[in-house]
Design a protein around this ligand. Structure first.
Ligand SMILES: NC(=O)c1ccc[n+]([C@@H]2O[C@H](COP(=O)([O-])OP(=O)(O)OC[C@H]3O[C@@H](n4cnc5c(N)ncnc54)[C@H](OP(=O)(O)O)[C@@H]3O)[C@@H](O)[C@H]2O)c1
Length: 309
């Protein structure tokens, strides 16, 4: 029997994944780590695996993230050096597009300001500026970032995008590599982070980055919490360099109830909800990779463990 070991500290997710495998891939046996059958698993399906859990599976051939990112695999330092795959769900792009559209309208049309004005019972109409005059920068032009950048460009915004390698996206001015990072940031009024968390990108949302943006710019972090230097953000907000930040991801999730970010003026918090791959899509893609593994074919959505994405 082909066996998938489901590895996560999130017990609700484990239950939902087991149900999805039963529905979509009944030819596979999807078992939890404490099931004796896990010892025979060829693929581990992971979301924040527990420390030392992966090393306990002697027959593993593939480590499969159940998400777009693979950074969470680092939570198990015993993770063996095996091929790593991730899930790319077209529905992921749809969810992220919806979330980012809301964020863009929120800042472009000044809803952040009028919501604050309402608290003060103050009536003042914000200036309506054409979308083409609102400069948006998208960090990361992969599966999600390229879809977001093109969606915003087709909505009329002035869109820039930055990635490691040069991209050609209709309506988007693209920048590539470390040397082009500061030119990319110059004058950006809304910065959207859709990078993977790697040793190169950790802490990239910092004071130096904020300094290159337009005065009073806003930040949307939908990448990972580890991208953001929280103290630099709080200082940039306090001195008005940034006017607001919409944060969906955090180093510690759930964000602890006493965390200062909850009450930082200008910060809006959402609970890592921007987009998630559907459980059925995860089961389908892992089942397809199981078939490919058995047939000796190249795996779908391989990631580069060294690059970190
Ligand atoms: N908040 C949420 O609900 C949520 C949901 C899904 C995903 N995410 C986050 O979004 C991230 C992106 O997902 P994805 O599927 O779009 O990833 P992806 O397809 O792997 O794309 C990553 C992009 O980042 C660029 N990049 C990586 N390292 C870079 C560096 N050092 N400098 C400049 N650019 C760099 C890559 O450049 P190249 O194209 O040149 O390789 C690529 O364009 C995920 O890793 C995850 O952290 C969040």
């Amino acid at each position: 029997m082909n066996t998938v070991a489901l590895m996560s500290r999130d017990t609700l997710l484990l239950k939902q994944m087991q149900e999805a495998f039963a529905r979509c891939a009944p030819q596979l046996s999807a078992v939890l780590a404490d099931d004796p059958r896990a010892a025979t698993a060829q693929i581990a399906a992971c979301w924040f695996p527990l420390p030392d859990s992966l090393a306990a599976l002697p027959n593993l051939q593939v480590i499969h993230s159940v998400a777009a990112g693979i950074d969470h695999l680092e939570h198990d330092p015993s993770c063996p050096d095996l091929p790593v795959c991730r899930v790319v769900d077209p529905g992921h792009r749809q969810g992220m597009t919806e979330y980012v559209r809301w964020a863009v309208i929120h800042f472009h049309r000044g809803f952040d300001q009028v919501l604050e004005q309402q608290r003060q019972q103050h009536w003042e109409r914000p200036l309506q500026r054409p979308a083409r005059e609102f400069r948006i920068g998208v960090m990361g032009l992969g599966s999600l970032g390229s879809a977001i950048a093109q969606d915003l460009a087709s909505a009329g915004y002035e869109v820039r995008g930055w990635a490691r390698s040069k991209k050609d996206l209709p309506g988007v001015q693209t920048f590539a590599g470390t040397g082009a990072f500061h030119p990319f940031l110059d004058g950006v009024e809304l910065l959207i982070n859709l990078l993977p968390l790697t040793h190169e990108t950790r802490g990239i949302l910092n004071r130096q980055t904020f300094e290159h943006l337009a005065n009073g710019a806003a930040l949307v972090n939908v990448g990972r919490g580890g991208h953001l230097n929280i103290e630099d953000l709080r200082q940039a907000l306090a001195r008005g360099k940034l006017r607001g930040a919409l944060l969906d991801v955090f180093e510690q999730e759930p964000l602890p109830a006493d965390h200062p970010l909850w009450k930082t003026p200008g910060v809006t918090i959402t609970p890592h909800m921007a987009s998630a791959a559907s459980h059925d899509c995860i089961a389908d893609q892992i089942a397809e990779n199981f078939r490919r593994l058995n047939a000796g074919e190249p795996l779908l959505n391989s990631a580069d463990r060294l690059l970190g994405y």
